[in-house]
Design a protein around this ligand. Structure first.
Ligand code: ZN
Length: 135
């Protein structure tokens, strides 16, 4: 009985001190995770898919479909000015000027469009929808 008590005590002590520092580590990691989490996580599944595709470049735009899969006849956009990439359609494509100005009346950095607040991200998905683009 006495042996069991001391065995327990011996086990409890290191376990407690480890779990205290572990708790601190876990809490810190969770806090970091929370602040790193962007608003993307609060959006609909469809919006998330669109944003991920735009962010990663793994999308159905010509540049990727042509270079990666040879599924588009050319990487060039219909405007013929540049490859059809996420940056091109979000920032520069003249065909989408009207839709772009409606969503972003003033010039907005690509970073904001892809990684901004939820409000900014909503604008991006609205633009994609109103432009009739499938990304
Ligand atoms: Zn274009």
């Amino acid at each position: 009985m006495k042996g069991q008590m001391s065995w327990r005590k011996k086990e409890d002590q290191p376990e407690n001190s480890v779990s205290f520092s572990e708790q601190k580590t876990i809490i810190k990691a969770l806090m970091r995770l929370r602040t790193n989490r962007d608003d993307y996580h609060t959006m609909s599944r469809e919006q998330q898919v669109n944003l991920i595709r735009l962010r990663t470049g793994h999308n159905r735009l010509n540049a990727h479909m042509n270079r990666k899969f040879k599924l588009a006849p050319s990487p060039t956009c219909a405007c013929r000015q540049e490859d059809q990439t996420a940056e091109h359609i979000l920032q520069r494509c003249p065909i989408l000027d009207e839709e772009r100005k409606e969503v972003w009346p003033s010039p907005t950095p690509l970073q904001t469009k892809l990684y901004g607040s939820r409000q900014e991200l909503e604008k991006t998905t609205t633009f994609i929808t109103s432009a009739g683009l499938i990304v």
